[in-house]
Design a protein around this ligand. Structure first.
Ligand SMILES: CC(C)(COP(=O)(O)OP(=O)(O)OC[C@H]1O[C@@H](n2cnc3c(N)ncnc32)[C@H](O)[C@@H]1OP(=O)(O)O)[C@@H](O)C(=O)NCCC(=O)NCCS
Length: 157
């Protein structure tokens, strides 16, 4: 199976329940309100669902920045651990990046905890450049702020 066997669409409110059922397992820790329902109910159309035969294989929560109108911001994205390494994560980013670029965004940003080596490797593979920001989320809670230009490379989509 390849990424081309999966379909993508905007998120809808009804995706929340299925996402809540799997998110902690897929992340490997409780995600809590980081995956707030408002991302589905109110911001859903900016997000991306990927799956096959109605079964969710991953999702991306993101939005165009209100503070920086040229910026697309990825808040959260995850792929079913059983399906990782097959291009689904990159496909989520490409779909989101394409939609945001069509709205006029020329940059895309995402955060990563420095110890989450998978997320760091993923963003570097997609051509993001990361800058370490000590205490970004509060004392002792550092983040790498990853950013790159849009559009993303579509040749591998
Ligand atoms: C990060 C994540 C979404 C990647 O999904 P994926 O479907 O496995 O990613 P892809 O197969 O599309 O990989 C895209 C590129 O990233 C690279 N990559 C993916 N996971 C990687 C890892 N753990 N380490 C290094 N590179 C990695 C791939 O090699 C690929 O590079 P290439 O195109 O040069 O071959 C997935 O590992 C995940 O859900 N992790 C847990 C949740 C998380 O950390 N989310 C991010 C913070 S919100």
């Amino acid at each position: 199976m390849t990424a081309a066997d999966f379909t993508t669409r905007p998120l809808v409110a009804d995706d929340y329940a299925a996402a809540r059922r799997v998110a902690d397992d897929w992340f490997g820790h409780p995600v809590g309100l980081t995956m707030h329902r408002l991302f589905f109910d109110q911001l859903g159309p900016y997000g991306v669902w990927i799956g096959r035969n109605e079964t969710m294989a991953g999702l991306l929560l993101g939005l165009p920045s209100a503070a920086e109108p040229d910026l697309a911001y990825v808040h959260f994205h995850v792929v079913d651990p059983a399906l990782r390494g097959g291009g689904l994560g990159a496909r989520l980013y490409r779909d989101f990046g394409r939609a945001m670029h069509a709205r006029g965004c020329t940059r895309i940003r995402a955060l990563a905890q420095p110890r989450r080596v998978g997320s760091v490797g993923f963003h570097e593979a997609l051509g993001f450049v990361g800058t370490l920001h000590p205490d970004y989320m509060g004392p002792g809670d550092d983040r790498i702020v990853f950013e790159r230009a849009l559009p993303l490379d579509e040749s591998r989509a």
